[in-house]
Design a protein around this ligand. Structure first.
Ligand code: SAM
Length: 239
């Protein structure tokens, strides 16, 4: 059963998200474990300050290496006490490798993940070098903190764990699993605001429905994401 730890200055925000809906239900059933930890608890100064001015000058503050390092060490120890392996440690940074479904599938194979969130102008580089296994960015933009990024990673990885989604293997029919975008989806009523559901979906003819969905999936990917379409064509030797 997979366990994810998040080291952050905002543990309540992260834990609140993971306690809800699909992930919350999965945790209550014992299918996954999530734990959020306050980096500030590991400071060694009275003010519980976690940041300082950047060497070399520049705007903003940089998070000190020590509290992040000690927080990670405490989490590693906690995992060890429960007989778990050392977590694979991922730092959320705007300069990391850009995240996609391939990363999610790879990270989903670890027993334990530890996601570390920066804030302010970022983290002292040395703690990343000392204890990090990899750096991930969730996209080419800058957030104020790593919490949303860590939740994106946690959510996309945990939903791949056995039993988390109601439908076994349900994730295999969604966008990005096979390199393509998903076909459009519809539910009741049959006509809404004058817009009818595509007739083929009402026929009950499974082969025709499959064929229509495959065509829609290909066409959507070709028009919306030519980059993905080209990669899919290359992989499947299509011209
Ligand atoms: N000075 C950093 C830079 O230019 O790369 C940005 C620091 S950002 C304001 C503060 C924190 O937010 C980072 O330490 C990181 O944890 C998180 N963060 C910001 N953008 C991110 C992204 N695209 N992906 C993952 N984490 C991000």
């Amino acid at each position: 059963m997979m366990r994810i730890d998040i080291a952050t200055l905002f543990p309540d925000v992260c834990q609140a998200y993971m306690n809800e809906s699909i992930l919350g239900r999965a945790a209550r059933k014992g299918l996954i474990e999530t734990h959020c930890h306050q980096i500030r608890d590991y400071t060694l100064n009275k003010q519980k300050q976690v940041d300082d001015y950047p060497y070399g000058g520049g705007c903003g503050m940089v998070m000190n290496a020590q509290p992040i390092y000690d927080c990670c060490r405490a989490i590693i120890r906690q995992n060890w006490l429960y007989g778990r392996p050392r977590p694979h440690i991922v730092f959320m940074t705007a300069a990391g490798a850009r995240y996609d479904e391939g990363h999610a599938r790879r990270l989903a194979t670890y027993d334990n993940l530890l996601l570390v969130c920066g804030h302010y102008e970022g983290m002292d580089e040395r703690v990343i070098q000392e204890i990090g296994d990899e750096e991930i960015s969730i996209g080419d933009y800058v957030l104020t903190g790593g919490e949303l990024a860590a939740l994106v990673v946690a959510d996309s990885v945990l939903r791949l764990q056995p039993g988390v989604l109601a439908e076994p293997q349900g994730y295999q029919e969604e966008s990005h699993w096979n390199g393509l975008l998903e076909y459009p989806q519809y539910t009741r009523p049959e006509v809404w605001q004058g817009r009818a559901v595509p007739p083929v979906l009402l026929t009950g003819h499974h082969a025709n429905i499959e064929k229509w969905r495959a065509q829609q999936s290909l066409e959507r990917t070709r028009t919306r994401r030519p980059d993905l379409y080209a990669a899919w064509q290359a992989k499947n030797n299509k011209t």
